[in-house]
Design a protein around this ligand. Structure first.
Ligand SMILES: CC(C)(COP(=O)(O)OP(=O)(O)OC[C@H]1O[C@@H](n2cnc3c(N)ncnc32)[C@H](O)[C@@H]1OP(=O)(O)O)[C@@H](O)C(=O)NCCC(=O)NCCS
Length: 167
């Protein structure tokens, strides 16, 4: 298939970042602060969004995040970010977080997150992003799942705006 000149494959912007958990990253029971992992997720996803759009991108939302297993001092943390879906000015980036035992190499899935970024022009207004063209069966599945998530996410945003609750 011939790609449109402005479109990009997910592979072109796929991003992997690696950290070693330092003493300042851990809580009193020796496991990493959730907020540190969240910041690393945001940074990996932002790099991926920047590579795809080559524009300034801001985080519009991060979907619910579950920490599946603890990460300990000295472990290696690997974050893999992928552009799952693009709409007009926004794109969804999925991030998978794994921890690696530095001595055995054993890896565990720690968390997965979906973030939506919006590309901004020089005046700070939302601006179109290049369409992502999934190539593999897995990328096509991620694209379709992200399309469905976008609908649910925007409907949830609408409900929050009209809610009189305390959050
Ligand atoms: C994100 C932001 C630019 C959107 O501005 P806006 O005036 O709502 O823009 P629009 O209504 O024109 O929507 C622009 C795009 O953002 C998407 N969007 C807006 N809010 C969203 C949300 N909460 N979650 C997901 N996507 C969202 C819209 O669906 C639209 O996407 P599309 O063009 O691909 O269809 C604006 O809310 C903002 O600047 N937020 C603060 C971002 C920030 O500072 N982040 C860092 C942490 S505080």
């Amino acid at each position: 298939m011939k790609l449109k000149t402005t479109s990009k494959t997910p592979l072109a912007s796929r991003t992997e970042t690696t950290h070693i958990v330092q003493p300042q990253d851990i809580n009193p029971i020796g496991t990493i602060f959730g907020g540190t992992v969240m910041a690393w997720i945001d940074l990996a996803a932002a790099a991926c969004a920047n590579r795809h759009t080559r524009k300034v991108c801001v985080t519009a939302s991060m979907d619910e995040l579950h920490f599946l297993s603890p990460i300990h001092l000295g472990e290696i943390v690997i974050l893999k970010a992928n552009v799952n879906y693009t709409h007009r000015t926004s794109l969804e980036v999925g991030v998978r977080v794994e921890s690696e035992d530095p001595f055995t190499g054993e890896r565990r899935h720690t968390a997965s997150a979906y973030l939506t970024f919006v590309a901004l022009d020089k005046k700070g207004s939302p601006t179109p992003v290049p369409p992502v063209l999934p190539q593999t069966a897995q990328e096509k599945m991620w694209f379709e799942e992200a399309r469905v998530r976008r609908i649910a996410r925007l409907s949830s945003k609408g409900r929050r705006r009209t809610s009189k609750g305390n959050v």
